[in-house]
Design a protein around this ligand. Structure first.
Ligand SMILES: [Zn+2]
Length: 317
């Protein structure tokens, strides 16, 4: 299969699954009293702050390679009731070397109520989006670039946007867009609008680019072809912000082979996940994930079945 028909086939499979995908209505929750909205952690001399954009319930229909019964029993093993897994949507602010870098921007207005809380949570935390100097997008899906497309325009008025070359190439390709099922065209149009909002402050870089200040991109292809993690190294400490390596924690840590309908290249996504989980466990690597339960920072350990996520200890001081 050539690359284009491969991608088209993947998108068609996703389109089929999407029609059966239930996204349960979510009451507005983030920002309510008692709900954590932001949490800072030191990483060496840097500070990383996790921001919640809300959460998205993901049901078994959205996953491939697992039966609904196994999905349910893995959720129950994690003490989660109901049909859907409440997958977080997180963004991470890195403050290091006098720079403020935001990794991903949440959903904005693109994915309905219960999400799109990032701006309000930044305000509650006292962070002015205009003070951010650089945005790095792990990939250009709507739950990562939606915050750029605000009702009043792009709130990140002082920032550049950094995206990997293969990610830009995919979403800017008319050939791929026109070959994709029509219900995926908005994904392309949203990605292009987000990129376009930065004009000449768009910075297209190699998939393993060194961004300075101890920050490098780490290619993690499969979920999208240009999907990249962001590695922060400071004073001997590390954090890999791995984007969308895991969408449903209780399922995909245990079974890395389980994929999601939004993967552009599902087999590649599974192989990348297996590889990075093995590396993270072997190296005791600190990771952060956009869809791991807030704040989504911790470690990966070998478990009886596959792996398990160990949240980082709460940073009391
Ligand atoms: Zn995502």
């Amino acid at each position: 299969m050539d690359r284009r028909s491969f991608i088209t086939t993947s998108l068609l499979a996703a389109a089929g699954a999407l029609t059966g995908l239930r996204i349960a209505p979510v009451a507005a929750q983030s920002g309510a009293p008692g709900i954590a909205v932001a949490q800072s952690f030191p990483v060496g001399g840097a500070t990383v702050t996790a921001f919640s954009d809300g959460f998205l319930p993901i049901t078994a229909e959205a996953l491939q390679g697992i039966t609904p019964e196994d999905f349910k029993s893995l959720l129950q093993a994690a003490y989660i009731d109901g049909d859907g897994h409440p997958s977080g949507v997180n963004a991470y602010l890195i403050e290091t070397g006098g720079e403020r870098i935001l990794v991903d921007t949440g959903t904005g207005q693109l994915m309905g109520p219960g999400l799109g809380q990032l701006g309000a949570n930044m305000a509650a935390f006292g962070l002015d989006p205009a003070s951010i100097g650089r945005i790095v997008a792990t990939h250009l899906h709507p739950d990562h670039i939606g915050g750029i497309l605000g009702p009043d325009g792009n709130p990140y008025t002082g920032a550049s946007l950094t995206v990997s070359q293969p990610e830009i190439d995919f979403w800017q390709s008319d050939e791929i867009r026109n070959g994709a099922p029509e219900q995926f065209h908005p994904f392309f149009d949203q990605a292009r609008a987000a990129v376009g909002a930065f004009g000449d402050r768009l910075e297209v870089v190699a998939k393993d680019a060194d961004l300075g200040n101890g920050i490098t991109l780490v290619p993690l292809p499969g979920h999208t072809l240009g999907h990249t993690g962001v590695m922060l190294e400071s004073e001997g400490s590390q954090l890999l912000i791995w984007g969308d390596i895991v969408h449903v924690g209780p399922v995909q840590f245990a079974r890395p082979e389980v994929t999601i309908v939004f993967d552009t290249a599902a087999d590649m996504a599974a192989a990348t996940r297996a590889d990075i989980l093995a590396r993270a466990a072997a190296d005791r690597m600190q990771i952060a994930g956009m869809h791991i339960a807030f704040p989504g920072i911790g470690y990966v350990e070998k478990a009886q079945e596959g792996y398990r996520f160990v949240p980082r200890a709460f940073p009391y001081g």
